[in-house]
Design a protein around this ligand. Sequence first.
Ligand SMILES: [Fe+2]
Length: 385
Amino acid sequence: MATATVLATPALPKATFKPIIQNQNGKRKLQNVSFDPREHLTYEQPEGVIMMKDIGYSEDTGVSPVAVSQPFRLFSTECIQKFRDEVLSDQVMKDCLYKSNLAACQIRGYATKYAPFIYDAWHNPETLATISKIAGVDLIPNINFEVGHVNISVKSEKQASEERAAVERERKSYAEDEGIAGCPWEDDKPVVGWHTDSYPFVCVTMLSDCTNMVGGETALRTADGDVMKVRGPQMGCAVVMQGRYITHQALRALGAQERITMVTSFRPKSPFLADDSVLTTVRGISDLSELYYEYGRYRLEMLEERIRVQLKHLREAHTAGKKTYTKAIKLFLEEQERFIHRTNEELVPDEDVVAGRQPELDIPNEKTPSPPVDVERSSKRVKVA
Ligand SMILES: [Fe+2]
């Protein structure tokens, strides 16, 4: 199955993690703050959006013609501080920290229980309308376990300043070699290798100050194998990407002591659109019972709704004295068979799931064809009869 995965092992954070950006304004009083879109949502339109056709794919490759946005401002500084307060609380760090062969510090599955502000931020209708507008399709959070997934990478001040010095040296020598001052210094080494995501869309939000950060772009593979880079977001800014269908990788960020990103995953709101979500990359870093409950539940709810509507059409057509349209019923049933088969396949038996193991995809670091081929394509045909 063509899904997520990775080639390079990322730098592991320290075992004892301490956020670098502490309370900067003395005592913040955010404990009782509720998410208020008028205050916390500071949306500014992205400078541009890269479409699937811009990178060589047809518009119906995924669930939207949109591939990835340029970084755009989404949340206020106070909102980000509140996110950090909830994510970095003792309880969350104690109960919701996951490690894997690919990443040593991920915080997951905490929002429902411990982070009401983050939960509300990502379920707020205005947030969803904003993300959906950029994505070109109405989206909802995929499952609550994935709401506010956080990746943490920290370095010592010494390491970060050495990186900054190395960047300067490189810049200088580049300018001397080429006779061009101020050319951008580039680091093409990935944090995580080429992969596709498990869920249709992601919104990656930066929770760290990136003032001294160099690099950190997302690289995309175009259909003909070329590489296109998208700038990484600044603090409070985000990038929306149809990561399930685009082979991509995150390039290393240098020079900053901490890099904390929040990655929230989305799927189409309509149960009549295709849902190609898989669990490939997340089984080993999840509370399986929660993950399977949420995935199984929403997939069955989608099925329930599709069947309810199909049944209504079937009954109405019959009542109206119309001939039963065999082809349409068979098409519908075949699509739902594929949907059930996929759902069942994703629920790998508990005893076969290795905790802390994220699969590595055997994609060499070379021209890689992109989108997954085993997609469930019921979107355009389910509304039959
Ligand atoms: Fe990704």
